[in-house]
Design a protein around this ligand. Structure first.
Ligand code: ZN
Length: 159
C-alpha cells in the first residue's frame, strides 16, 4: 500500500483491522485504506500484507515453509507474492505447510542443490498447486491451513 492515502469523502481514513494471511487471526494492526475504488467502505478485517503473525512465525521456524502460489488473480485483488521464472506475478492461495529441512533436501536434486542456497528452518519456498499437492500427500506435515476465504481480501487502493 502506498504511504500517501487519499481520504475517502464517505469513509474518511477508512480503517480496516489487519489479519494474518496465513491463519486468518487478527494481527492487532490497523491499516488506513483511504479512498478505495468506487469509494467503497473498507472491510472490517483484511489482509494488509504477507507478514506472518507471531504464531505463524513460530510454526514457520520449525522447517521449510511451502506456500502454494497461483498465477490466477484474486478478486478483490491481492498483491503479488513473488514472480515465477517467466516473470509472471504469483499470488498466494493461503495454503501452506511446513516440512523438515531434511525432508525438503530430499526433494531437491543434487544438481539443483548446487544452484540453491542451503535450506534452513524458516526458508520460504513458493510452489505451484501441483507440487504443493504432491508434497502434501507425501509428508506428515507440521501444520496445514485451509485456503483462506476471499472475504478476507487484501485492500489495495491502487488497483
Ligand atoms: Zn498467522
Amino acid at each position: 500500500m502506498s504511504k500517501n492515502i487519499r481520504i475517502s469523502p464517505k469513509h474518511g481514513v477508512n480503517p480496516t483491522m489487519g489479519i494474518c494471511m496465513w491463519c486468518g487471526k487478527p494481527t492487532g494492526t490497523i491499516a488506513f485504506c483511504g479512498r478505495l475504488p468506487k469509494d467503497a467502505e473498507a472491510p472490517k478485517y483484511s489482509v494488509v500484507d504477507y507478514e506472518p503473525c507471531d504464531e505463524c512465525k513460530e510454526k514457520w521456524a520449525k522447517g521449510v515453509v511451502l506456500i502454494e502460489g497461483t498465477p490466477n488473480e484474486y478478486n478483490p485483488p491481492r498483491p503479488r507474492f513473488t514472480k515465477d521464472e517467466y516473470g509472471e506475478d504469483i499470488y498466494p492461495t493461503g495454503r501452506w505447510l511446513v516440512i523438515t529441512v531434511e525432508a525438503f533436501s530430499a526433494l531437491i536434486s543434487e544438481k539443483a542443490k548446487g544452484r540453491l542456497p542451503a535450506p534452513k528452518e524458516g526458508t520460504v519456498v513458493c510452489v505451484d498447486t501441483q507440487v504443493y499437492e504432491h508434497i502434501y500427500k507425501m509428508f506428515n506435515t507440521v501444520n496445514e491451513t485451509e485456503e483462506i476465504s476471499t472475504e478476507n481480501s487484501i485492500t489495495d487502493k491502487e488497483t
